[in-house]
Write a protein that binds this ligand. Structure first.
Ligand code: GLY
Length: 428
């Protein structure tokens, strides 16, 4: 088979790498991909407008791709999956209508309410005067921009003045049109878990749970980012609530979502990401949907996945999905200033040394080649990913890889996976 992956970040590098290891696959392209992926697959740097649905469908048809996998949210919301489906080639990616679960936080929260999916109480504000009344409330509170904001449109406000500043900035256009309307919701205390499934409308396969680290700095401090690191092991579920929690997630959140999408005439086909908060009593609350694989969760997920991912992406759920025992960890190396403004073009050293370590794989997120060497070219630059027989070994291996790499302004969290080393929570 020939497979086209759309996107250029760490998630797409990890997906392309995993797909390229399938015995079913002869060729993998990534559009546009990046030069850092070239050791695993074929990047197509000329295909830069990945939200142009007709152009992406032309590309897949002209290449003769048997399967197209859409990585980021923007092409999903722009209807690339619909354009491909209309032209015939198989696609792993939600339709434009289904991707509204991610494209509009307001749509998602109203959908959760309609289908009785456990989520925090919320108010919608469409103007600063709407928001003023809603901000007279207990704190902390969560303020979310309605539209797509690269994972940065969520603010946890600790008091009214922080909340007011966040709402005013969003409504004044800090995320473009994405923040013209906002959701203001109760803060649910607990521990976050990412639960992803691959669905064919009605049926689904659950993937191993992962845990992201969204805050920029150690100890979950600082502004929200797209994700500074992730890990994957069986301990996440057992620590937060075990099989009881898994059943609740599937019965109270996953299944009502898929049934609700069918009932509303927009069946969900593709990868669906449930961003959960598990309370200390072991109750799962849905914070958000994403219509795609998580980034950087995918780097950890596919590193631990033992079975072939390609049948799942084709909607063939007949074979059991298996996972390597032990754990995987991805540590993101970011540019100074990220998630705010940052500079590009700093030379990166140590990539070969890090990649040569046993059980370590360096996924490229924001890199480019200039003058024959890799330089930084994004906020999240690299995802140093390692597997190990247990979580502490996987953490040690990932950080051994991190130590080999250097670029000016490199910043990363030193506590990726640390929550997983704690004992069971009250919910377990
Ligand atoms: N890591 C969070 C996300 O992919 O949205």
């Amino acid at each position: 088979m020939k497979v086209l992956v759309i996107g250029s970040g760490g998630r797409e590098h990890a997906l392309s790498w995993k797909i390229s290891r399938s015995p079913l696959v002869k060729q993998v392209w990534c559009a546009p991909g990046s030069a850092g992926m070239a050791e695993d697959i074929t990047p197509l740097p000329q295909s830069s407008n990945i939200t142009d649905a007709a152009a992406m469908a032309d590309l897949a048809v002209n290449l003769g791709a048997d399967l197209t996998v859409i990585g980021p949210e923007a092409p999903l919301v722009a209807g690339v999956s619909d354009a491909l489906t209309a032209r015939g080639p198989k696609v792993a990616g939600a339709s434009r209508a289904a991707a509204q679960l991610e494209g509009s936080k307001i749509f998602a929260k109203e959908f959760m309410r309609r289908h009785k999916i456990p989520t925090a109480p919320f108010t919608i504000a469409s103007s600063p005067s709407d928001a003023r009344g809603a901000l007279d409330r207990p704190y902390p509170a969560v303020i979310k921009a309605d539209g797509l904001a690269a994972g940065k449109g969520v603010v946890i406000a600790h008091d009214r003045s922080e909340a007011t500043s966040a709402v005013e900035a969003m409504m004044a256009g800090s995320f473009g049109d994405a923040g013209r309307r906002v959701v203001i919701e109760d803060f649910v205390p607990g521990e976050e878990m990412t639960f992803m499934v691959i669905a064919d409308g009605e049926r689904y396969v659950s993937l191993a749970p992962t845990q992201d680290h969204k805050a920029a700095f150690d100890g979950d401090q600082g502004p929200n980012t797209g994700g500074m690191g992730a890990y994957c092991d069986d301990g996440i579920m057992s620590r937060l609530g075990g099989d009881t929690l898994r059943r609740r997630i599937e019965r109270e959140i996953v299944e009502p979502t898929l049934a609700g999408m069918i009932a509303e005439g927009t069946p969900y086909r593709g990868v669906l990401y449930f961003g959960l908060m598990v309370t200390s009593g072991g109750l799962p609350h849905l914070l958000e949907y994403n219509a795609r694989f998580g980034d950087p969760e995918t780097q950890a997920l596919v590193s631990r996945m033992q079975s072939d991912i390609v049948p799942l992406l084709l909607g063939d759920f007949s074979a059991r999905v298996t996972w390597h025992s032990g754990a995987s960890v991805c540590v993101v190396l970011a540019s100074r200033g990220y998630p705010g403004g940052f500079m590009r073009g700093f030379p990166i050293s140590g990539l070969e040394d890090a990649g040569a370590l046993p059980n370590v794989k360096v996924f490229h997120a924001g890199t480019a080649v200039e003058g024959g060497r890799f330089v930084t070219n994004g906020g999240r630059v690299l995802g140093v990913t390692a597997t190990g027989p247990n979580l502490s070994e996987a953490i040690a291996r990932a950080y051994a890889g991190v130590e080999r790499i250097h670029f000016d302004g490199m910043h990363f969290r030193r506590d990726i996976g640390a929550k997983g080393l704690r004992g069971p929570s009250l919910g377990a």
